[in-house]
Each structure stands twice: as structure tokens, then as C-alpha cells.
Write a protein of this length. Structure first.
Length: 256
């Protein structure tokens, strides 16, 4: 009996719960320097967890068909860092459709909400349900492109079981990358401003005869240290992203 294998065309066709199982499979290999091995693990895990193709089925098909499958999966994984933000989704809760919206004004984000988001984003794929239940809340009003969502009063854990039944991977990927990029921009802007102020004050003090040349060297070292901190923290944030670093040879062998 011939089995039909369907490869999702985009992340909106993949259940988030399946994506998270895929990520669990590849997580132990993310820091590997063996790119070929990581590519192989990522594609095999995607075929198994996302496409539901078991190993026995994969072994039974022609080599050319197996290559086609892997190429299609490679293209899907390559899209993971380019998923746009999904502003709204609807979840049925106890027979009632409830529309959830992404935090509409991050400039007015409450400090408590921001702290909870930062905490859950430290290992965002392990804490994805918590992250989503924090940054998406029920829509309370809409007027054209403008909308409001419920005020943040702590993460509503009661919605998570409903999220698990319905949410697709594009919702998590889009919101996580959006928030991570915002964190990096805020971090770099803050450290850049601090470095400039440190340098400015040091120069003024030196001109006023209150700072020695040696102190200026210390200030220069401090400025360099801040830049190093920025780079390290940015790398730390990047490490939370989904790694879709697929070997170019896989795509070069694409079968038309």
C-alpha cells in the first residue's frame, strides 16, 4: 500500500506542538561544529516530527523521492527565520470563540509583562506556551487597524491547554523573532548610549584637568568592554533562535 506524504508549504500548516517536538530533537546538537551532522539531524527530525514520516517509510521509498522530500523540508526550515508576525488568532474556549491579539504597543508594555517575557524568552522554546500566553491576550476593542487587548494581570495559564490544541508554528516563530529582535535593538541602543556618555564624560574631565591620560585609557577599555558585552549578549539571544542552518549541498542537489 502506497503511503501519501505531505510536506507543509509554510509554518502556518504546522502545529506548534509538533514543531516543539522537532526542536527537542535537534536541541542537543545546536552547539555542534559539525554542520553536516546538524543539517542531517534537523531534516530527519523535521520529516519525523513535522511531516510524520517514520524511518521505515523513508527507507522504503526510492532514493530520488527521498532526496525530493529532504529538499522540500530544507526549504521549509530555511523559511523559519523569515516568518512575519501574526497579529491575531482565534481560539475556541468552552464553546466560545475568543480572539487573541499580539501586544499592540510595546512602548506601553507594563514592566511586569516585560519581565515575564524576558524570563520566558531565556529558553523560549521550552517556555513557548508561557511566552505566547503573556504576549497574546484577548482583544477588547478594534477600530480599523487599531486595537486593544486585555490589561496584563499576570500570565493566564488557563488558556495554555486551548493554545496547545490549535496554535500553529508561524504564530510562535513570528512573535518570538519579533520580540528577540526588539530585545537586541534595545540592548545595543542602551549599551551604545552608555559607552558614548562614558567617553563624553571622560573627555570633559580630562580637558578640565581632572582625569589623567591613564584614566583615559581605562575609559577606552571600559568602552571596549561595553561593546564586547553587547556582542556576547546578542549571541546569547541568537542562541534562542531556531537553527535552520542547512548545508548548501542539499539545496544544490534539488531535484526539479
Amino acid at each position: 500500500m502506497r503511503k501519501t506524504i505531505t510536506i507543509p508549504e509554510n509554518w502556518g500548516e504546522v502545529k506548534l506542538i509538533d514543531y516543539l517536538e522537532y526542536f527537542k530533537r535537534i536541541k542537543p546538537y545546536l552547539n555542534s561544529e559539525d554542520e553536516d551532522m546538524l543539517n542531517s539531524v534537523a531534516i530527519d527530525a523535521a520529516l519525523s516530527q513535522i511531516c510524520k514520516v517514520d524511518y521505515e517509510t523513508l527507507k522504503s521509498i526510492d532514493a530520488s523521492d527521498a532526496l525530493k522530500l529532504k529538499v522540500e523540508v530544507a526549504h521549509l526550515l530555511a523559511q523559519s527565520t523569515k516568518v512575519p508576525l501574526v497579529r491575531f488568532f482565534t481560539v475556541n474556549i468552552d464553546g466560545e470563540d475568543v480572539e487573541f491579539g499580539f501586544e499592540p504597543n510595546l512602548d506601553e508594555l507594563s514592566y511586569g509583562c516585560y519581565l515575564d517575557l524576558v524570563e520566558s524568552s531565556k529558553d523560549v522554546w521550552d517556555n513557548s506556551w508561557m511566552f505566547l500566553a503573556t504576549i497574546y491576550r484577548p482583544v477588547t476593542s478594534k477600530a480599523g487597524k487599531r486595537y486593544r487587548i486585555a490589561d496584563y494581570e499576570g500570565t493566564d495559564l488557563s488558556v495554555i491547554p486551548y493554545f496547545k490544541n490549535i496554535l500553529t508554528a508561524d504564530i510562535a516563530l513570528g512573535s518570538v523573532f519579533f520580540f528577540m529582535n526588539l530585545q537586541k535593538e534595545l540592548l545595543n541602543a542602551t549599551l551604545d548610549y552608555t559607552a558614548k556618555q562614558l567617553k563624553k564624560r571622560g573627555v570633559l574631565s580630562f580637558l578640565r584637568g581632572k582625569t589623567s591620560a591613564n584614566d583615559m585609557e581605562v575609559l577606552a577599555d571600559s568602552s571596549h568592554l561595553l561593546k564586547t558585552i553587547s556582542q556576547k549578549l546578542t549571541q546569547s539571544l541568537d542562541s534562542q533562535y531556531i537553527y535552520a542552518c542547512l548545508h548548501s549541498s542539499i539545496l544544490k542537489n534539488e531535484v526539479k
